[in-house]
Structures are given as C-alpha cells and as structure tokens.
Design a protein around this ligand. Structure first.
Ligand code: COA
Length: 391
C-alpha cells in the first residue's frame, strides 16, 4: 500500500496535551525563571499596582502615566456604567428562564450578544482593537453583577463610581468593602490577569488566528476557563474544603481521593512543578484576612491539606487554592469565583488576541492518527456492528 501523499513523516512525535511544547511567541508575559508581565515581576505588581494599572500595562505594553491611568480607569468605568440595554434585557430574560444557570454561562452568552450588537473591528486597526478591549474590561464585571441581581430577582443596581476592584466587590457583596478587603481582592485580580499560553488564552488565540473577531475569541476563552482543570478549580477548592469540614477528617479524605485517583483541586500545575509563585504571594494574605474570626478554622484545614499533598504526592498549591479562600473570606458566593477570574483574565486574553492579530499565522497543529488501517467501504445492507477506539 502506498503512503498517503500528505501523511506525517515517520519520525513525527506527539505530546499529549501539548505539554512542554512551545506553540508561539509572546511579549506579554514570561514564566521563564519567574513570572513577569511585560518584564515587570509579579511581586512588584502585586505589591504596588492596582488592576487597572496592570490591565493598561498588558494592553498598551508600558506602564501608564498618572494622567493615562486616570483616563483609563474612567474609560473602564464608563463602559461598566453604560451596559447595553439589549444585553441587560437579554440577561434578564435568560435569568427568568433559568436562574440557576452558571454565571459563567451568562458571561459567555453575554459576550456573544455584545459581539452581535457591536460590530467587531476585525482584522482591525490596532487603536480600534484596544478600544474594544477596554470596553470589554468594563462591560464584563458590570455584566456579572447585573446577572447576579437578575438571577436573584433583584432590580439591577447601578455600577459604583470607584475603581474596578472596589466597584465589583461592592456590587457582588452588596456592601461597601473595607480597604483591606479591596486590597486583597485587587491582588487576586492582578495575579489572575495574565499567564501566557494557558488553555483559555490559547483557545482565544486559536480562534482569532482564523481571522475571526475578538468577541468570538473571548467567548471561546470563557468556555475553556469554565472547566475545573483550569479556572473552574477555584470554585471546586471551596466545595472540597466545605466537604471535608474539619482538620480531623483531612487525612482520611486525602487518602480516599488519592487512592480513587481523583485530582484534588487547587494543587499541581502544568508548568510550575516546584510550586506556583502566585500561590505563595496570595497564600500570605489568607490568614491575615481571617485573623480572630471563625475563618481561621478553614485556614488550619487548608494548611493540613497542603502538608498532606506535599508528603503524599509532592504537589504544591496553585493560585486557585488561596484565591478561593480569599473570596470566601470576603463573603463572596462560590458561583462568582470563576467569573471573577474571567473579569481579571479579560485583560490578558484581549492583549493576546491583539498580539495574535498583529502577527498572525493560522494555528493549525497536526495529529498522530491512531485509527484503523485503510479498509474497504461496506454497504449499509451488509454491515455488522463494530467499534474502534484509541484508548
Ligand atoms: N491531585 C492529585 N493528583 C494530581 C494532581 C492533583 N491536583 N495534579 C496532578 N496530579 C497527579 C497526576 O494525576 C499525575 O499522577 P500519575 O503520575 O500517577 O499519573 C501526576 O500528579 C503528575 O501530573 P502532571 O502531569 O504534573 O499533571 P498535568 O500537567 O497533566 O496537569 C493539572 C496539571 C493542573 C491539570 C493538574 O495538576 C490538576 O488537575 N490539578 C487540579 C486542578 C487545578 O487545580 N487546576 C488549576 C490549575 S492552575
């Protein structure tokens, strides 16, 4: 039998899950050695900047001057306060139809609706793409808050006149947050903002590499982030901690999960095999937030699980492990944990979409075929049942 003319070369290799594969170039962030956004260390950004400062850096490539920063904050607030009425009506109708739907589904649908209302600038002039990204940065948190109101059958409250971290926290908790709470929440947004070729960002880049538009790329990214092996892990972390309940049950619970070969959420990482530096940074904030409250019991439990995971599997926490505990300490409901990740990662996604559009080549890898050898077609009348699988 002759080889098909377009077959893979005999020496072709395949890596499951593209682990360790360098799939493209980016100037937005780097994980080599330490995590940096546009060259700035994540430690310095987490300590000294706010979410808008980081989002501006990711999108525009440089730190903003005070004047640029204030204007950027204003533009994001304007987008948040002027959410499209058709979008709000659609979300309200969807909430009436299915109020228990995940807010991740609401965001995915909402971004898609926005894509239909606002005509995408694709292939786009750079400045128009930036403007579109800035609009999404304001619309997404406002949409999340609107959905939470609509799905709880409350009137949709106005967006506050404050920076994004403070406004979103106030909208989602229904009260004015303290400075320490705003600070902790803002730090999670900075740390969630960007992480090079993670699954959702890669999904977004793949979509726009076909010549498609920003809203389509972001819609795909939200779908990818929803999964529990990616952004969905932060909600599962708290579900798991609640299920275990107390320190005395921790050891038996971990043993049971590991012997059943179940993954424990908030541990392990595709890239960081010696621990996620973002988890270390955020982990330090967890205990101080709950000092002197009942929340210390959850921290004791989290410490115990961490020790057990290190002893049993050599695995350390990823960012979702402390982020879930911070969100819980701030009084946020579990179902908004992953949507908050969307709000933050919108900055990274849109920066990557613009980078991909600016230097595009279609993303189209190849596969290693593992199916049947060539065989003759059998007519419908003479077929018998059969099945084939790679696994
Ligand atoms: N709990 C239990 N075991 C885990 C684990 C976890 N959280 N993470 C990895 N492992 C195990 C794997 O099953 C594998 O075991 P094996 O050698 O017996 O097959 C081993 O550790 C090595 O896994 P690795 O190849 O490093 O994982 P990966 O790179 O394919 O997957 C994740 C990375 C993130 C998908 C994986 O660690 C995971 O599912 N974590 C939990 C979900 C999560 O927190 N996601 C957020 C990521 S930021």
């Amino acid at each position: 039998m002759n080889a098909a003319p377009n077959a893979l070369p005999a020496e072709a290799t395949m890596t499951r899950g593209l682990a360790g594969v360098t799939a493209g170039r980016t100037a937005i962030s780097s994980l080599a050695g330490e995590l940096r956004y546009r060259g700035y260390s994540i430690e310095s950004l987490a300590q000294a900047s706010d979410f808008e400062d980081v989002a501006y850096l990711l999108l525009h490539g440089e730190l903003a001057t005070k004047k640029e920063h204030d204007a950027f904050v204003g533009r994001i607030r304007d987008s948040a306060t002027s959410l499209d009425k058709t979008l709000v009506q659609s979300l309200t109708l969807l909430a009436q139809r299915q109020s228990s739907a995940s807010p991740m589904d609401a965001l995915r649908s909402g971004i898609s609706i926005l894509g239909q209302i606002q005509l995408d600038q694709t292939p786009g002039i750079h400045a128009l793409l930036i403007a579109q990204a800035e609009r999404l940065l304001g619309e997404t948190p406002s949409m999340l808050a609107a959905w939470m109101d609509a799905s709880s059958n409350r009137p949709i409250a106005p967006w506050p006149n404050a920076p994004l971290a403070e406004s979103l926290l106030a909208r989602l908790t229904g009260r004015q947050p303290s400075q320490s709470h705003i600070q902790a929440f803002g730090t999670t947004l900075v740390l969630y903002a960007e992480h090079e070729f993670n699954a959702s960002t890669f999904a977004a880049r793949t979509v726009v590499s076909t010549g498609s538009d920003m809203h389509s790329g972001v819609t795909a990214a939200i779908g990818a982030l929803k999964g529990p092996l990616h952004g969905g892990a932060n909600e599962q972390v708290l579900e798991q901690l609640s299920e275990i309940g107390s320190v005395d049950r921790a050891e038996a619970w971990v043993s049971e999960q590991l012997s059943a070969k179940r993954v424990i959420m908030g541990f392990g990482h595709r890239v960081y095999k010696d621990g996620d530096p973002r988890a270390v940074l955020l982990g330090r904030m967890c205990r101080s937030l709950v000092q002197g409250t009942d929340g210390e019991r959850l921290e004791d439990l989290a410490d115990t699980i961490e020790q057990l995971m290190l002893q049993r599997k050599g695995l350390r926490p990823n960012l979702d492990w402390p982020a879930a505990r911070i969100y819980h300490a701030l009084g946020l409901p579990i179902r908004v944990f992953t949507p908050i990740f969307v709000v933050a990662r919108m900055s990274g996604w849109t920066a990557h979409i613009i980078e991909q559009i600016g230097d595009n080549r279609l993303i189209r890898p190849m596969s290693l075929y593992c199916g049947e050898s060539p065989r003759d077609f059998v007519s419908l009348e003479t077929r018998s049942a059969s099945g084939a699988s790679c696994f």
